[in-house]
Design a protein around this ligand. Structure first.
Ligand code: GDP
Ligand code: IMO
Ligand code: MG
Length: 433
């Protein structure tokens, strides 16, 4: 019956989509439990590339897909994805959207952009997709939920109530254009007509699947260090990507979850602002960016690149309860003769720690202490198993395992779904828990 959470162990874009796609082939249901179209999960299948923002990555394997109550849904993006998958020959009949998920409204997107502009130098560098304002309205109890699209009268009424307040903010605080009630109501009624068939009691659906011995995956978006509570606040997203939230974000008990797989790149990237201890100086950073094609899936922004940070990874293992790791993009490191790996931080008082600093100012001032491992300087494309890896690459992986006391069960050696090395075979990995 394994219920497995796949969680990002760094600052996002670790390759969660690819790992979910690999495990989805032997699974029965795939669920997203938080986040919205700030996510961009890429799956490469031969000549085809899928960049998915709203749907769980299991859609590419034709699996039943759940968008849980912890997610925020931009109807335009979701409909765009449903249409695209149908165009590409997929059925979307088994896509289920929780009625308790919140809808991203046009004012959320407008306020996200306006607030970033106002912050100027202090901006967070959000994806400007309305994520923060939507979750804020959820907490304020002013949100409009997916279930509100089931009744045109209720939908219109809720838009009217929200808009009365939002237009004041937009005009008086942000000096932006207000929204017209009739236009928004008509637009959302047309979205509602398309989305109504997908609304479901997803908590019940997932619980039933688990009771019936099905294999269920919970796909995290964003990642540990972008978590609203446990990440590098305020440079974080507005939801909880950490594994425990898979239970809340789908509506099952925490004891239903059997296992947590963390996904980490063999180095680190970060999009947006915020401290980043192992950020690589130029021009070397540019080499990693080009080799790893490190440009944001959603915004096209350059991703900042850093050396592997084992202090941050150890923290991710702790706050998620990571049982096993998938280490992606090891192939990108083939270009380097030496590979610095951060094993400790040096703090302002000169002391060193292997534990992630609990306070923001300590983290901002933390400097990485590196151990340098030899590179392997050869491509990994011909490796078929983990045993085929060059000795130095094996050492690199073992170094990560030893430092964090967690087994690496999957290694990415290229973007395509074929380019993966496994410890036990994909089916055994998926079904073991
Ligand atoms: P996600 O948001 O965690 O799903 O990750 P993204 O899709 O945003 O970013 C990961 C990028 O790395 C994508 O372009 C993937 O196609 C690519 N990728 C994933 N795994 C590997 C790998 O092992 N090697 C290489 N070279 N690319 C990979
Ligand atoms: P996936 O699921 C990387 C970052 C943004 C910004 C911060 C807040 O593809 O790994 P938001 O729009 O969420 O309010 O932005 O979070 N961010 C991501 N970075 N991968 C993501 O998703 C991200 N989603 C948000 O760049 O720094
Ligand atoms: Mg991504």
């Amino acid at each position: 019956m394994p219920a497995t959470v796949i969680v990002g162990a760094q600052w996002g874009d670790e390759g969660k989509g690819k790992i979910v796609d690999l495990l989805a082939q032997h699974s029965d249901v795939v669920c997203r439990y938080q986040g919205g179209p700030n996510a961009g999960h890429t799956i490469v299948v031969g000549e085809e590339t899928y960049k998915i923002r709203a749907l769980p990555s299991g859609i590419v394997r034709g699996k039943p897909c759940v968008i849980g109550n912890g997610c925020v849904v931009d109807p335009e993006v979701l409909i765009g994805e449903l249409d695209e998958f149908e165009r590409r020959g997929y059925s979307t009949a088994e896509v289920y959207v929780s009625g308790n998920a919140h809808l991203i409204m046009p004012w959320h997107v407008a306020i996200d952009g306006a607030s970033e502009r106002r912050l100027g130098k202090l901006a967070i560098g959000t994806t400007r997709r309305g994520i923060g304002p939507c979750y804020a309205d959820k907490a304020m109890r002013l949100g409009i939920r997916v279930q509100d699209i089931l009744d045109p009268k209720i939908l219109r009424q809720k838009i009217e109530v929200a808009l009365a307040e939002k237009n004041l903010w937009l005009e008086r605080v942000y000096e932006s254009e207000p929204f017209d009630l009739e236009t928004v109501a008509a637009q959302y009624e047309s979205y509602a007509q398309r989305l109504r068939p997908y609304v479901a009691d997803t908590s019940l659906l997932v619980e039933d699947a688990l009771r019936n011995g099905k294999v269920v995956l919970f796909e995290g978006a964003q990642a540990t260090l972008l978590d609203l509570d446990h990440g590098t606040y305020p440079f974080v997203t507005s939801s909880n990507p950490v594994a425990a939230n898979a239970a809340t974000g789908v509506g099952i008990g925490p004891n239903r979850i059997d296992r947590v797989i963390g996904v980490a790149k063999a180095y680190v990237t970060r999009v947006g602002e915020g401290p980043f201890p192992t950020e690589i100086p130029q021009p070397q950073q540019g080499i990693v960016r080009e080799l790893g094609h490190e440009y944001g899936t959603v915004t096209g922004r350059e991703r900042r690149c850093g050396w592997l940070d084992l202090v941050a990874l150890r923290y991710a293992v702790r706050v998620n309860g990571i049982d096993q790791l998938a280490l992606t993009k090891l192939d990108v490191l083939s270009a380097f003769a030496e590979l610095p790996v951060c094993t400790r931080y040096r703090l302002r008082d000169g002391s060193e720690t292997a534990d992630f600093p609990a306070h923001q100012s300590d983290f901002h001032a933390a400097r990485p202490v590196y151990e340098t491992l030899p590179g392997w300087e050869e491509p990994l494309s011909s490796c078929a198993t983990m045993d085929d890896l060059p000795a130095a690459a094996r050492r690199y992986v073992e170094f990560v395992e030893r430092a964090r006391d967690v087994e690496v069960i999957l290694i990415g050696t290229g973007a395509d779904r074929e380019h993966v090395l496994t410890r036990y075979g994909l089916e055994a990995i998926t079904r073991a828990a």
